[in-house]
Design a protein around this ligand. Structure first.
Ligand SMILES: Nc1ncnc2c1ncn2[C@@H]1O[C@H](COP(=O)(O)OP(=O)(O)OP(=O)(O)O)[C@@H](O)[C@H]1O
Ligand SMILES: [Mg+2]
Length: 242
């Protein structure tokens, strides 16, 4: 499989704390990679490094053959890196439709409004197009946030806890969208504490702990790992949210 995103020995410190320590990993086109680990492991930080919120202290991140670490956030988005946020982050004073219109790489491109309408339909949110985000239940806000990243229509989709706080139909919709995005050839990486979601969707996963990759492998290998059981579930069970 082709590596859409490649991290090579990426380092990041906040003060004296190492939050990314010699991180090397690939996210392949067409796969759904699971990124798991306890609170504070560095999962969101890794997304921030890939999307350009933080500059790495060392190492390099490539999109295909292109090094990214000197590029600002908006240029990385234009190259096709889209992400959701752990805390949703919709524009509160923009309608649902206008939130989506902030998502594309080429705005104002031809057919943008039609594409937004089609994506809203795809996530079952057509009727909410003129509502404000604050009028929607939390799960539907997450659907809008996911729909906004789909407007990027790029190569890489980074989803930070898409299932946290959602259930029922919204859960099923998100699952289907994530599957379809990978089928469309995008490299998808999902941070999730919901292990059954990871088990259902990912063939490969990465386990992070204290800024380090402790283990990578198939989901089966990771879930059978004693180290993961000890560091993630054992003794720290109360900290996981699945
Ligand atoms: N901007 C920042 N400045 C200083 N420290 C930070 C910053 N962002 C994150 N950290 C610290 O980096 C570590 C990793 O945080 P991160 O948010 O990446 O964890 P996470 O794996 O996403 O956890 P969770 O499952 O709770 O979302 C934590 O110790 C956190 O407090
Ligand atoms: Mg996080």
């Amino acid at each position: 499989m082709t590596a859409a995103i490649r991290l090579v020995s990426v380092q990041k410190h906040f003060g004296g704390i190492s939050v990314a320590e010699d991180i090397s990993l690939e996210i392949h086109a067409g796969e759904i990679l699971g990124l798991i680990g306890p609170n504070g492991a560095g999962k969101t930080t890794l997304f921030n490094l890939i999307s350009g919120i933080h500059a790495p202290d060392g190492g390099e991140i490539y999109l295909g053959d292109q090094p990214l670490s000197r590029l600002p956030i908006y240029k990385r988005a234009r190259l096709g890196i889209a992400r959701t946020w752990q805390h949703v982050r919709l524009f509160p004073t923009l309608s649902v439709l206008d939130n989506l219109l902030m998502g594309p790489r080429d705005y104002p491109g031809a057919g943008t409004d039609e594409r937004a309408a089609a994506i809203l339909a795809r996530v079952g949110m057509s009727e909410a197009r003129d509502k404000m985000p604050g009028e929607l239940p939390f799960g539907q806000q997450k659907l809008v946030a996911l729909a906004r990243t789909l407007m990027n229509d790029g190569k890489v989709l980074l989803l930070d806890e898409p299932m946290a706080g959602v259930e029922g139909q919204v859960y099923e919709t998100i699952k289907q969208v994530v599957r379809d995005e990978a089928k469309a050839g995008r490299a998808v990486c999902v941070v999730e504490h919901n292990v059954s979601f990871i088990r259902d969707l990912c063939t490969r996963a990465v386990f992070m702990f204290n800024g380090r990759i402790e283990q990578q492998g198939t989901v089966e290998e990771l879930l059978a790992s004693e180290k993961l059981a000890e560091l993630y579930f054992g003794g720290k069970k109360g900290e996981t949210r699945s």
